[in-house]
Ligand binder design. Structure first.
Ligand SMILES: Nc1ncnc2c1ncn2[C@@H]1O[C@H](COP(=O)(O)OP(=O)(O)OP(=O)(O)O)[C@@H](O)[C@H]1O
Length: 611
């Protein structure tokens, strides 16, 4: 905000009487207001006309293109009166930023259901309601109406200069967000928690996008052509936390891929204790601080940012960074990925944003390396951590010949640049870097936050420690009867836990079993590899990113469950364990499903029968 502290705001603007202030932004303030004729409540965005950054004026230009999409606020009136430029838009509820700040007083990350829901709603799953246009497009640009055409929109807004025009709203058809905006030729360019706002009353489960002050038409309004890329450095427009590395740190021209990357970073932020590490020192106040922030942001590797999360987050981030400037993001694919993760974790339908969450417990969190202070953990916790860090899966007959293969995103020694600080976005102070030891607890420097998360870490540790123990016993087993018993114990541990995700400790159990069934005397490559995409072409049931499709996973697990009953030797069973491990590794969420448990139970029976 610039002038607002000095401003005295009017009591009436246009047809509206101003109420309390709802918020203030970069260059304006926003008030609850009532239409004096019909008492309809709106949010009134007010800005002095001489504001050097006249975002209201810019924003007004985008509303006509965005009217009618669910999750897009209706513009009821706009104009200039005296020294004020105003926009009257739908009155909305709390922003995700406000929910985030409140939630962080209680826990260190969001629950996975809510995050999947934000992903699904903000990316937008459904096609818009207007038919596709028949005017020229370039390449794979997709839009469904003239992006700038007011006349095609069922909008209550008429681009009046100074008089209000209030027209009844058309029923919003379907959920629309980024996809909708992009189809209308608009880039948001300022995706952040504060710009995702919940609706009120009957719309309380809908996330709205607000604040189009930084938006831009990326399609030429006359020809429908995509704006050109450029190598000329340009001023950065966006926000420090989530704007894409390309736009923020390399000064590139934003396109659709950058809105998607900002969304990906925002989602990862919600699942990271203390938030993305470059957000922890607050808004940079000096050029030096900004440079440092950019360095941290651009050097952060997706695998480090997403360690411990279902792979869809890392995949989405990588995908956005690989997309061409002109490319249309595959919104549908990512929607289905997030739906699938939600499904695999047992959340069911995530179309509606329910708050408070029906599954409030944090299900997953980024598991960064602990810093020295975090290593002051209680003796017991420390012992377990060290035990796991030094996990020896059979010292004489080493099961994992190349254990560093398993490091990748989960294990010791990987990230050299995980900066750990405290606090959330704007109130953080300290920051330090630490070498990775093992990623089982949050790296939050704040002891209180650590204590808060310890109970949750214990839950995970219980599963991790039990699986690690099983892997050791598996490596030491000397006959099939013992192996069968251990497979059943493995199933029990996995089923007891709410998260059915196969963690690195789970893969260690499979590795040990694979080794024992195959040939206990020779090296067997670990089942879990980082290069999941390498198997992509060998099977039509994996998608373009190398991920098992849901159907593919089901088919393979079902087939394995059938074939395992007919296996004639331990070697054949070893092959099936390897295949099982690969299917799980390549699936979204890496969860063991009902069919997976079916296979494991049948495997235990068969191992026993072959003894
Ligand atoms: N339609 C609305 N209904 C209720 N509150 C709103 C509405 N729009 C905005 N707000 C509140 O006002 C705050 C500022 O709004 P907005 O982001 O649109 O303003 P801005 O001046 O463009 O801000 P910024 O500097 O963040 O870009 C929001 O974070 C939100 O809390």
């Amino acid at each position: 905000m610039t002038h607002q502290q000095k401003q005295t705001y009017p009591k009436f603007v246009g047809n509206y009487q101003l109420g309390n202030k709802l918020g203030a932004g970069f260059s304006g303030a926003i008030f609850r207001a009532w239409n004096v004729h019909n008492q309809t409540e709106v949010a009134l965005k007010l800005q002095p006309i001489d504001e050097p950054c006249p975002t209201n004026r810019y924003e007004r230009g985008f509303y006509p293109a965005l009217q009618g999409g669910k999750g897009m606020p209706t513009l009821w009136a706009s104009g200039v009166q005296g020294p004020w430029d105003y926009l009257a838009i739908d009155l909305l509820g709390r922003s995700l930023d406000s929910l985030h700040r409140e939630l962080m007083l209680k826990q260190d990350v969001w629950d996975l259901r809510s995050v999947c829901c934000i992903a699904v709603q903000v990316v937008s799953p459904f096609p818009p309601f207007l038919p596709p246009p028949s005017f020229p497009t370039q390449g794979d640009v997709e839009f469904d109406s003239l992006p700038y055409s007011n006349s095609l929109q069922p909008t209550p807004f008429s681009s009046c200069a100074s008089s209000d025009v209030d027209v009844p709203n058309a029923a919003p058809p379907k959920i629309d967000r980024l996809r909708f905006m992009h189809q209308r030729g608009v880039l948001h360019r300022d995706i952040q928690l504060g710009n995702c706002v919940l609706g009120l009353e009957s719309n309380e489960k809908t996330i709205y996008m607000i604040d189009f002050g930084f938006s831009k038409f990326y399609l030429d309004q006359r020809t429908g052509r995509h704006i050109p890329d450029s190598n000329e450095p340009r001023d950065f427009i966006g926000n420090y936390w989530f704007s894409s590395v390309r736009v923020h740190c390399r000064y590139k021209v934003p396109s659709r891929r950058d809105d998607m990357e900002a969304l990906a970073l925002m989602l990862i932020h919600l699942l990271t204790p203390g938030g993305l590490h470059w957000t922890r020192n607050g808004v940079p106040r000096t050029d030096e601080a900004h440079e440092r922030l950019m360095r941290e942001k651009s050097s952060a590797r997706p695998e480090d940012l997403c360690r411990g999360l279902p792979p869809v987050f890392e995949d989405l981030l990588r995908y956005c960074r690989r997309l061409d400037f002109l490319a249309r993001p595959d919104y549908e694919h990512w929607i289905s990925e997030f739906r699938e993760v939600a499904d695999e974790y047992g959340f069911g339908d995530v179309e509606e944003f329910v708050w408070p969450s029906p599954f409030p417990e944090p299900t997953v969190r980024v598991t960064a390396a602990p810093k020295p202070s975090a290593r002051k953990a209680s003796g017991e916790l420390k012992d377990v951590l060290h035990g796991l860090a030094n996990l020896q899966l059979g010292t004489e007959r080493q099961v994992l010949g190349e254990r560093h293969n398993l490091v990748n995103r989960d294990s010791p020694g990987a990230p050299e640049a995980v900066a750990n600080g405290k606090g959330t976005d704007k109130d953080a102070k300290g920051k330090s870097k630490a070498a990775a030891v093992i990623d089982l607890v949050s790296s939050d420097e704040d002891e209180n936050a650590h204590a808060r998360t310890q109970a949750q870490a214990q839950t995970r540790l219980t599963k991790a420690a039990r699986l690690a123990q099983l892997a050791r016993e598996m490596a030491a087993a000397t006959d099939n009867a013992a192996l069968a018993r251990l497979v059943r114990a493995f199933v029990a541990v996995m089923q007891e836990n709410r998260s059915k995700m196969l963690t690195k400790e789970g893969f260690a159990v499979l590795d040990a079993l694979h080794k024992q069934l195959g040939d206990p005397s020779v090296f067997v490559a670990p089942l879990r590899t980082k290069a999941r995409a390498s198997g992509a072409s060998e099977n039509a049931e994996v998608d373009t990113s190398g991920r098992e499709t849901r159907q593919g996973k089901m088919n393979k697990l079902w087939r394995l469950g059938t074939e395992v009953r007919m296996a004639a030797s331990n070697t054949q069973l070893a092959g099936m364990v390897a295949e099982f491990g690969k299917v799980i590794d390549r699936s979204s969420g890496r969860t063991v499903t009902k069919d997976g448990f079916g296979f494991l139970n049948a495997l235990a029976q068969r191992i026993e029968a072959l003894s």
